[in-house]
Design a protein around this ligand. Structure first.
Ligand code: GLN
Ligand code: ZN
Length: 766
């Protein structure tokens, strides 16, 4: 019998229960008991859902109150002293590491002031994990039995689960050295860490776990030789009488270049992502010993399209032909964490289009059906197959997906369109004349706090409870307030604050042809931050201006330069669920043309500084070096340049990047006049150096916008001074890490004031 398996299920709840209770807990409105209760209910619901769907192998320990990688740091006691010294309850230490904590002393507790750990994109997804950070005195020990507790919790419900752990090599390799310990290569800690893993595995076995899913996703990266060889060390150590069987899982890419590292490991089986890389089947099979099981990741954990059953069954059957049915498992390609919980609550998507989708809950039935078809023959699920074939065909032949005018315009794109008129030096001179921007110019990244008021008004407008005029008035008032605030604080290049935007991608998707939206299709981005990615269903075009009204109004009420604010083509695409029937390049070109028109309209409306955000450009980078990556860089860069090059020399193009390891070369290739990059958590000389050869102007983010913590003016001064040791003063901008929409006004005002005062101090000196 071919079994079905799920690698992980979304933990946020169909109604975002996890977000609601976590945020209530943070603001003191919910107790820790309430927090834990909701967590428990969500786990129970998810297990039962999977059980009822007929899934054979159901995960546990895929739940987390913040991030599953951060959970492992707590479990293994990888807690830098700056957090542990407060002796907070474990859950508060977890949140402090995830999001920072600043709180005044009370009668019973001392003051806390600590920044968050670094947060990084999870491979090429839009999920962020909290990077394990190894300080000098890290002392591994089993600090929590979360995986065991959750296994037992499911067991008590009569559900036998397969606990999920991040494997030791991936855990270390995804981490970094702490500032007190910069020479450390985390992977060298392996031998010290392994006994603690072994202890945890033994406890899981004692609790009754027969198999553990051990995620080693770094196997899809280009690994240095010492990391490849760490696999043998790690798994020979961990596989033992006292441990459950280990099921090695990889996802999001190609394991072939590391196949030798997998071969011969004492694991029960190997999972690979065949949605991404079907070509790896033969090599993965060849790497297995005759007793090892192959888990075939065939239901996409990263996108929302219905699985094509006919193709999937054929693929799994080809695997069965190679290794036999008793050695095959049908599985989701990765955890379903990256997909919305259920399609059931979507009432607004047109029926014709909704029929093309499958969210996490629907994907459960997909794995089960495919496994059944392979086990009992297609006749056993003929009805499901017929319905599926109908949906697949309907999408392939639908008129919604194809727009001849858009295809024609893309066909006529020239290289010239993607080049500014003059080189940077010439543009800079024109911009200096036109804009009158001082030395150490201060600016923000775009959004200002999105207060409850704003969300309430936007909701009312969406629901038709207030008129367009009333809404517009409200937005204008918000813009006025934000502009006035920025003038008071003394910022140099202002923004309108984005009060009209729910989300930097959704907002544009809603104004463009070719997208559809969910009402409840939330996906976790990090911690309690969830996004509702738009879905690209057809060719993209712009029916009319998208942001001109707000930016023009904002410019009309200030003498300072106003920065127009757009989301770049690659980010629009990456933070949506893209089409899988045409290339990403073609989708990016369509978006670029739409944005190009918007950039030109902004310029014509008197907005001469325009920021086109591309925070997602790095995460789209194919995980391995080679032709595919080179090709991506080429089309991603070209689409940004196509969107931004239609303006005069005197118009200043900005761009912004955050939350991933950026490659200065890619950013350089965009030829933006000014870039701002997330930086506040990379506070050491090595990182400051990284972008120092950037030829145009640059702002290294000076404070963490994910945390309510307010840096003092002296802190800004010392950071700028550090940066100035390496960067020419005339190139430097002064700005926060990212948009301020998740922050409150109190800390925003204080932080920006300190930042501006620090900039003024330098301006007076030079
Ligand atoms: N302009 C956006 C904002 O300020 C940028 C957000 C981002 O880069 N994630 O909200
Ligand atoms: Zn950002």
């Amino acid at each position: 019998m071919v079994q079905s398996a799920v690698l992980g299920f979304p933990r946020i709840g169909a109604q975002r229960e996890l977000k609601k209770v976590t945020e209530a807990y943070w603001s003191g409105k919910a107790t820790v008991e309430e927090l834990f209760k909701v967590g428990k209910e969500l786990r129970e619901k998810n297990w039962k859902l999977q059980k009822e769907a007929g899934v054979d192998i159901i995960p546990s320990n895929d739940f987390s109150f913040y991030d599953q990688v951060l959970d492992h740091s707590l479990i293994f006691n990888v807690i830098p002293e700056r957090y542990s010294k407060y002796n907070l309850p474990a859950i508060d230490t977890l949140f402090a590491m995830g999001r920072g904590l600043q709180r005044p002393a009370t009668e019973t507790s001392s003051a806390v002031d600590v920044t968050a750990l670094e947060m990084v994109k999870w491979f090429d997804s839009n999920y962020h994990y909290v990077r394990p950070t190894f300080s000098k005195n890290v002392e591994f020990k089993l600090n929590s039995t979360k995986p065991v507790d959750e296994f037992l919790e499911a067991k008590a419900l009569g559900i036998h689960t397969r606990p999920v752990l991040v494997g030791p090599v991936s855990y270390l390799y995804l981490g970094k050295a702490d500032k007190d310990n910069l020479d450390l290569e985390p992977v060298t800690l392996l031998e010290k860490l392994l006994p603690v893993y072994a202890e945890l595995l033994a406890k899981l076995k004692e609790a009754g776990a027969d198999t553990v899913q051990i995620d080693e996703p770094v196997l899809v990266l280009d690994l240095p030789a010492e990391v490849q060889s760490a696999y043998k060390t790690a798994y020979e150590y961990l596989a033992s009488e006292t441990a459950p069987k280990l099921f090695l899982t990889t996802y999001f890419g190609d394991v072939r270049p590391n196949i030798d590292a997998i071969k011969g490991l004492p694991v029960a089986g190997v999972h690979a992502d065949f949605v991404r890389v079907p070509e790896q089947l033969d090599d993965v099979v060849a790497a297995l010993s005759p007793s090892q099981i192959l888990s075939v990741g065939i239901v996409n954990g990263r996108n929302i399209w219905k699985t094509n059953f006919a193709n999937a069954i054929e693929f799994v059957n080809s695997a069965v032909a190679k290794v036999g049915a008793e050695r095959v498992i049908v599985a989701t390609s990765s955890s379903l964490l990256h997909t919305p919980v259920t399609l059931a609550s979507e009432k607004k998507i047109p029926a014709e289009i909704k029929d093309w989708f499958s969210f996490a809950t629907q994907k459960l039935a997909e794995v089960v059906t495919i496994a059944k078809a392979v086990t009992d023959g297609v006749g056993s699920v003929s009805e499901e197959l017929a319905t599926n074939a109908k949906s697949i065909l309907a999408r392939e032949t639908s008129s919604i997906t194809n727009d001849a005018a858009v295809r024609e315009r893309v066909g006529k794109i020239t290289e010239d369109q993607a080049r500014r008129k003059s080189p940077f030096a010439v543009r800079l001179a024109a911009q200096k004349k036109a804009l009158g921007i001082p030395l150490f110019p201060t600016t923000t990244i775009g959004s200002f706090p999105q207060t409850k008021d704003i969300r309430i008004f936007r909701n009312k407008f969406t629901k038709g409870e207030i008129t367009a005029e009333e809404y517009e008035k409200f937005i204008e008032k918000e813009i006025e307030n934000v502009v006035q605030f920025q003038e008071e604080v003394g910022l140099d290049v202002l923004v309108h604050g984005e009060p009209e935007r729910n989300d930097m991608v959704q907002y544009f998707g809603e104004k463009l042809n070719g997208f559809v939206f969910t009402t409840n299709g939330w996906v976790q981005s990090y911690g309690s931050r969830y996004v509702r990615p738009p879905i690209v269903v057809g060719d993209v075009s712009r029916p009319g201006p998208m942001t001109v009204k707000e930016s023009k109004f904002a410019q009309s009420i200030t003498k300072k330069p106003m920065k127009g604010m757009l989301t770049g083509p690659v980010t629009c695409l990456r933070w949506s669920f893209p089409r899988d029937d045409i290339s990403s390049k073609l989708q990016a070109q369509q978006l670029a043309l739409a944005l190009r028109d918007e950039v030109q309209d902004l310029e014509a409306a008197g907005v001469y500084v325009i920021q086109v955000d591309e925070p997602a450009i790095r995460e789209g980078l194919p995980l391995r070096a080679g032709a595919e990556r080179d090709d991506y860089v080429k089309w991603a860069v070209e689409s940004f340049r196509l969107a931004t090059s239609g303006v005069e020399d005197s118009t200043q193009i900005h761009s912004h990047f955050c939350y991933s390891d950026l490659d200065p070369n890619h950013i350089k290739a965009l030829d933006a006049d000014v870039v701002s990059i997330e930086f506040s958590k990379k506070d050491d000389a090595k990182y400051i150096q990284e972008f120092s050869e950037y030829p145009n102007h640059i702002g290294l983010g000076l404070f963490d916008i994910h945390s309510p913590r307010v840096p003092a003016k002296e802190e800004f001064v010392s950071r700028i001074a550090d940066i100035l040791k390496v960067y020419p003063q005339e190139n430097l901008w002064v700005n926060p890490d990212c948009g301020l929409k998740t922050r409150g006004w109190t800390e925003t005002r204080a932080s920006l004031q300190n930042m501006v005062d620090a900039a003024k101090e330098f301006r007076a000196k030079y």
